[in-house]
Design a protein around this ligand. Structure first.
Ligand SMILES: NC(=O)c1ccc[n+]([C@@H]2O[C@H](COP(=O)([O-])OP(=O)(O)OC[C@H]3O[C@@H](n4cnc5c(N)ncnc54)[C@H](OP(=O)(O)O)[C@@H]3O)[C@@H](O)[C@H]2O)c1
Length: 330
């Protein structure tokens, strides 16, 4: 495992982090806590030192599993969690007043709740689970930001960042330029390469840590989906890949696979190549695949070998970028 520094925080993070949405169970169908604990422990033992969770991933279930798996690990691993917006609305709407999403009391209350679930006295990285740059001009912004600074000086959170709306990297560029946030979390994968245009260069310039999420496009870019794939009841991917979406995606994944093979088998498996793509951008601190199975953990850890895609290979891969939003109903 190779390690990077997350922006200006100075926090050393493993290139492969652990995305802990799936283990929380909500929106992912049935999940088995014993399997999830095995995956978390295998990740930690394999050198993963960054775990990304959120209160809403099973109403604290994902946070509690991480606490259980990392009990006794001390400060060797960093955990990032997220405060849901008070109005529970995703994505953030620029017209929503900050008082309906992140009023100061809510930030404090949600932080205390996550501290309990994580069984810790300090959260390494606290994130807003949605964001719009419109909030920087909201009359409540100064109070909201003061609350975050107070939580920092009280030692309850070390760093603060935001998780950006799906496929909308430019909705946080003003925040990145402002220097107020320590990190941003953004969808960045072989299909959605749009953060490369503005957000990533800006974050690199300003020292804002970047957490690349959904590296597998919810599974397709890991290369295991097929026309016969059916999702369990309760798995949101039944909608995400509904109707013609699955076949359209598989066709593009097939073309990508050929392009990756053209670049030589040194890229590893499809999943490993998808992770390497994210790590090939110097602004990215860590990429956080969701992984509930130990076999997936081992394969994903294997992608951190210090070998990035060369610029000519990246130029080829750029031609496979695909702009769409499957989180919205088809
Ligand atoms: N709004 C937000 O803040 C937000 C939204 C989405 C995600 N996130 C964060 O980003 C993380 C990653 O996103 P995600 O989990 O939604 O999607 P993802 O990482 O793009 O894909 C996860 C899927 O890939 C599968 N997978 C993992 N490794 C694999 C491998 N080596 N081979 C084949 N399949 C593999 C997983 O299977 P198994 O689970 O069965 O192992 C799971 O089905 C989340 O867990 C969460 O921490 C944040």
């Amino acid at each position: 495992m190779h390690y990077r520094t997350l922006g200006k925080t100075g926090l050393a993070v493993s290139e492969i982090g652990f995305g802990a949405w799936g283990i929380g169970g909500s929106y992912w169908g049935k999940t088995d806590d014993a399997e999830s604990l095995k995956a978390l422990r295998a990740a930690f033992e394999g050198g993963v030192t960054f775990f990304d969770t959120a209160y809403v991933y099973g109403d604290g279930r994902s946070e509690r599993l991480i606490a259980q798996a990392l009990a006794g690990a001390g400060k060797k691993a960093a955990v990032a969690t997220k405060i849901p917006p008070l109005n529970m609305r995703w994505p953030a709407d620029p017209k929503t007043p900050l008082s309906e999403a992140f009023p100061p009391d809510w930030i404090t209350l949600a932080t205390e709740r996550s501290l309990k679930n994580l069984d810790t006295d300090c959260i390494d990285l606290q994130q807003f689970h949605v964001w719009t740059d419109a909030w920087l001009k909201d009359p409540l912004w100064d109070k909201t930001f003061e609350t975050l600074l107070r939580l920092k000086s009280a030692g309850k959170i070390r760093f603060w960042g935001v998780s950006i709306n799906d496929h909308a990297p430019n909705s946080a560029v003003e925040l990145a330029a402002s220097g107020a946030a320590d990190s941003v979390q953004v969808i960045f994968n072989l299909f959605d390469q749009s953060p490369e245009e503005k957000l990533l260069p800006l974050c690199r310039e300003k020292g804002v840590g970047v957490i690349a999420r959904c590296p597998f496009d919810e599974g397709s870019l890991a290369g295991l989906l097929s026309p016969a794939t059916r999702f369990e009841p309760g798995d949101f991917r039944a909608d995400y890949f509904a109707g013609a979406r699955l076949s359209e995606t598989l066709e593009r994944v097939g073309r990508l696979k050929s392009a990756l093979l053209e670049n030589g088998s040194k890229n590893g498996t499809m999943a490993q190549a998808a992770l390497k793509f994210c790590l090939s951008h110097a602004a990215v601190g860590t990429v956080i695949p969701g992984m509930r199975k130990t076999a997936h953990v081992a394969e994903n850890i294997g992608s951190s070998d210090g070998r990035a895609f060369a610029p000519d290979a990246l130029a080829t891969l750029r031609r496979h970028a695909w702009s769409r939003n499957f989180y919205q109903p088809g």
